[in-house]
Design a protein around this ligand. Structure first.
Ligand SMILES: C[S@@+](CC[C@H](N)C(=O)[O-])C[C@H]1O[C@@H](n2cnc3c(N)ncnc32)[C@H](O)[C@@H]1O
Length: 289
């Protein structure tokens, strides 16, 4: 540990923010690499005469901050960590950085099933870092979950995140193309969830650098119209869901009505488009018959 004066540190911090970026990103860097938690940061101003301990020196931290600013390198990948709901998750460029809007999927599940629910079986298709499945497995210890992904490396990260977040054993991980790894669970799922790649090709080409240059294409691109994967997931869902089983999908901001139509065409009922916190129809949910 290195010891420096609070005054020197606060001066350094102000300088970093004057170059660009936001408070939250710098706080993540300081927490994960520097070893100063957010709560430590809040108290520093009260004790400007004190010293503080850092895991890395300020020059090193500045070089990482400059990488973030100059190369648009996502701070979560630099840190190898992100916070999502109450989880601290490992992330590398093999997994999408789980987004704050996706946190609402867990709330949708709470609304449907209540917070104390009996045993049931759920699957998440395209788990990435494992965020959604891990949150559900922790919230519902009586549930059993299956988290799948096409990318083996992503699945390894999801497994590590589960082991780091929990001592439970109610979540299993399978690799494969959408429903394929779930063959032996046909007709057995009470709930299936997916935040699949849904960005249309044209939009993908114009994504901001920090997304397009660093986050996995396989996690983002949804074919020509963005609905390629959503279509496949919905069409096969009836084989895997129990009668009255739920399907919860995240979609692009303008896809809600189209996803609703796809669900109707495949005999889903109780269909609803659910807004995110910005009032965007970000999720579409339905029950199989
Ligand atoms: C938008 S990311 C979602 C990741 C995570 N569930 C989240 O919400 O942060 C989509 C995920 O689907 C996976 N994926 C893409 N194509 C797939 C396929 N054909 N079968 C299974 N998973 C796939 C990607 O590897 C990626 O992890």
């Amino acid at each position: 540990m290195l010891s420096i004066s609070v005054k020197e540190f606060l001066f350094w911090k102000k300088k970093q923010l004057s170059k660009g970026g936001d408070h939250q990103s710098l706080a993540l860097l300081l927490d994960c690499i520097g070893g100063i938690s957010k709560s430590d940061l809040n108290f520093l101003r009260l004790n400007p005469e004190d010293n503080l301990s850092l895991k890395k020196n300020l020059d090193f931290l500045e070089s990482l901050w400059d990488d973030h600013l100059l190369k648009s390198y996502p701070i979560q990948y630099i840190c190898g960590t992100t916070f999502w709901r109450d989880l601290k998750l490992k992330v590398t460029n093999k997994v999408l950085i789980p987004r704050p809007e996706t946190e609402l999927i867990v709330e949708i599940v709470f609304n449907i099933f209540g917070k104390k629910s009996q045993e049931l079986l759920f699957a998440e298709l395209g788990t990435g870092s494992g965020a959604i499945s891990i949150a559900l497995a922790l919230a519902y210890p009586l549930w059993n979950g299956i988290a799948t992904d096409i990318d083996k490396d992503a699945l390894e990260i999801a497994k590590k995140n589960y082991i780091n977040s929990s001592e439970q054993s109610n979540l299993k991980f399978y690799c494969g193309y959408w429903w394929t790894p779930l063959e032996s669970f046909k007709g057995k799922l009470d709930l299936a969830i997916s935040n699949p790649p849904y960005i249309p090709k044209d939009t993908y080409e114009k994504l901001p650098k920090e997304v397009k240059n660093f986050e996995p294409k396989v996690a983002l691109l949804g074919g020509e119209d963005g609905l390629k994967h959503i279509r496949e997931i919905i069409q096969k869902a009836p084989f895997f869901l129990k009668e009255k089983g739920w399907l919860i999908l995240e979609n692009h901001f303008d896809q809600g009505e189209k996803v609703k139509q796809l669900l109707l065409n495949n005999k889903f009922t109780s269909i609803e488009i659910v807004n995110d916190l910005s009032g965007i129809g970000r999720f579409t949910i339905g029950r199989y018959k």
